[in-house]
Design a binder for this molecule. Structure first.
Ligand code: HPA
Length: 270
């Protein structure tokens, strides 16, 4: 398979990018954002939405099955003149649609011209002083899916995967932003307390089900990556409280306005 092979995931991403360019009237986007649980409002703060396309109208995308995800792709004209592509539809690894489907949105963003990929998520926190609603920068990841979006002998350097330059920009907006190592589990079940302790022992601080595979694909595509997690809950066993998806959604909702405004300020400076 070559990158121009019509069956390749890259040519599907090219087709998706053509549809986005045609429907939005924007031939090139500068920056792309995947907005996970709690981050959706950032799209409203970024600038003027000039097109909003249902994800299922774009080749390779399907309707998000996860409450808290909007299911649309928006083209936004930012005040600084840049064009942002906001992806409100994420395919999770646990949906069992394959890793190609998981990273299709990232490859589409790259095919749309984006050079920066902002990946956001809602996640569990291992540092016990993080309260629900705390946004944190992802400094690195541990991929526990035992899978990769890279196919064949594709050797991609992941040193500084979560760009220290972009993290510095984020900290110039909010010097209090803490950071941590994101550990991706398969899900969709939340981790056991023992698994959270394992993640902690391995050097992890954040547990989630999305971002690592996407970040790898973004780096393969040559994009700079900024990763941000909203801590929606303390990870299993860190607090005695049991976890529920509704609580994750609720924590996202209450933090949404503040973290979305923060993200928009950061993105304006990228
Ligand atoms: N674990 C994994 N994914 C999550 C969590 C968690 O505790 N909270 C929100 N997404």
């Amino acid at each position: 398979m070559t990158k121009t092979d019509s069956a390749s995931p890259f040519s599907l991403a090219e087709q998706a990018a053509e549809v986005i360019a045609r429907v939005s009237g924007v031939p090139r986007h500068d920056i792309a954002l995947t907005l996970g649980s709690g981050w959706a409002k950032a799209a409203d703060f970024l600038g003027e939405t000039t097109a909003e396309i249902p994800a299922h109208d774009i080749p390779g995308f399907s309707q998000s099955g996860v409450p808290g995800h909007t299911g649309t792709i928006r083209s936004i004209h930012m005040e600084n003149g840049k064009r942002a592509l906001v992806i409100g539809a994420r395919t999770h690894y646990y949906e069992d649609k394959g890793v190609r489907a998981v990273v299709h949105s990232v490859r589409t963003a790259a095919a749309c011209g984006a050079q920066i990929m902002v990946l956001t998520n809602g996640a569990g926190g291992i540092k016990d002083h993080w309260t629900p609603g705390t946004p944190v920068l992802i400094s690195d990841h541990i991929n526990l899916t035992a899978n990769s979006p890279l196919e064949g002998a594709t050797f991609v350097d992941l040193t500084d995967l979560y760009s220290s330059r972009l993290r510095d920009v984020a900290r110039s907006v909010d010097p209090n932003l803490d950071d941590g190592v994101y550990v991706q589990f398969r899900g969709p079940h939340y981790e056991t307390p023992a698994e959270v302790q394992m993640a902690k022992t391995l050097g992890g601080h954040i547990v989630g089900m999305s971002t690592a595979l996407e970040a790898i694909a973004a780096r393969e595509a040559g994009m700079e990556v900024l990763g941000l997690s909203l801590i929606t809950n303390l990870a299993a066993g860190i607090s005695p409280e049991p976890l529920s998806h509704q609580e994750v959604i609720d924590a996202g909702k209450s933090a949404e306005a503040v973290i979305s405004a923060l993200l928009a300020k950061i993105v304006a400076k990228l």
